[in-house]
Design a protein around this ligand. Structure first.
Ligand code: GDP
Ligand code: MG
Length: 343
């Protein structure tokens, strides 16, 4: 493995692919492999591309790859493969749409199966991103499926989140998840060749101007708990970021350079005091989410064998559900009652 990691650091694509697989399969010791990866050098920004299925994310990613390649950047792409109940086979379409870049040795496209695991996207995406950065990616594009929690979780991982909407997408903006609108750093109104694009742009701009996307910011994405809010209330406050709205036609490439420009602007804003503060809130939220996921997994694994006994106890009326949980957690020295007074 040390040899493999050396080859990844030397920019070997096959080695990177192998390491991605090992890490994805979480083979024993995979965390040690990750720890050996170099984090030297300029960090590569992670650009999340999210939005409903069919909005044109993959087509847009294909264009973005082209744009970043044109300025000589090595590009890593992580496309979430839904082994999920939602959209079997979507990755095949993604491959087709990004096909022309599969031959480019400076582009590494990796599809991920999140397998519906808790925090699946966030964890796998972080791991693969670490491999891609060690391999030499100067920018990482992370495309979500656009369904369920992954759509929101991406905002925990991405330095810049691009929300892709397209005109005629149901009730347009109303159809975009509230949480997602609040997490957008840049909006791409794609399929601008279609009627209705200007309305969609106007709707978004009105909502931004009215602060409709702000103030009411609900919980941060991440499994229903809010450790921290990605609060954008009073977006007009000095130094705060107001998401720009860019019209794109991914099918032809129109507007893509403009989009690249706005993504760059947001990257620069991330380095300002306000941007750094926002990143700190995001990382706190990510850590909180991952901690909950890890604890939940460890506890569930460790107690798997005891669960059926607990079920029997509840069914037989020997304990109620809370009592059964208390008994299970007591094995870890944990007492849910102690947390009860806290809110
Ligand atoms: N008219 C038009 N169609 C587009 C545009 N961008 C993507 N599409 C089409 O929309 C469909 C869905 O695109 P895809 O990139 O797979 O969307 P994703 O599910 O968000 O990744 C495909 O048939 C694309 O060819 C665009 O700018 N204009
Ligand atoms: Mg896609």
């Amino acid at each position: 493995v040390t040899d493999l990691i050396e080859r990844v650091h030397a920019g070997d694509t096959r080695a990177a692919a192998r390491l991605c697989r090992l890490v994805d399969d979480r083979v024993p010791g995979y965390r040690a492999f990750l720890a050996q990866l170099s984090r030297d050098g300029a960090p590569a920004p992670v650009i999340g591309i999210t939005g409903s299925p069919g909005a044109g994310k993959s087509t847009l990613v294909d264009r973005l790859i082209g744009a970043y390649r044109a300025v000589g950047k090595r590009v890593g792409v992580v496309a979430v493969d839904p082994t999920s109940p939602y959209t079997g086979g979507a990755i095949l379409g993604d491959r087709v749409r990004m096909q022309r870049h599969f031959e480019d040795p400076e582009v590494f496209i990796r599809s991920l199966a999140t397998r519906g695991a808790l925090g699946g996207l966030s964890r796998s995406a972080r791991h693969v991103t670490a491999v891609l950065v060690a391999w030499g990616a100067k920018i990482v594009l992370l495309e979500t499926v656009g369904v369920g929690q992954d759509e929101l979780d991406v905002t925990l991982v991405a330095d810049t989140t691009v929300v892709v909407v397209s005109p005629g997408q149901g009730d347009d903006i109303q159809a975009v998840k509230a949480g997602l609108l609040e997490c957008a750093d840049v909006f791409a109104v794609n399929k601008a060749d279609r009627p209705g694009a200007d309305n969609t742009v106007r709707d978004l701009e009105n909502m931004l101007a009215l602060g409709a996307l702000t103030g009411s910011a609900p919980a941060t994405p991440g499994h229903g708990h809010s450790a921290v809010r990605l609060d954008r209330s009073s977006g007009e406050r000095a130094g705060e970021w107001t998401p720009p709205v860019v019209k794109t036609v991914a099918a032809t490439g129109d507007g893509v350079l403009e989009l690249v420009g706005r993504i760059g602007d947001h990257g620069a804003w991330n380095e300002t005091p306000q941007g750094r503060a926002r990143t700190a809130r995001r990382v706190a939220s990510l850590l909180g989410t991952e901690l909950r996921n890890s604890v939940a997994e460890l506890v569930a694994d460790a107690l798997a064998g005891d669960l059926s006994t607990a079920v029997d106890d509840v069914l037989a009326g020997r304990r109620d559900v809370d009592g059964a949980i208390d008994a299970l957690l007591a094995r870890f020295g944990l007492d849910p009652g102690a947390a009860a007074g806290r809110k």
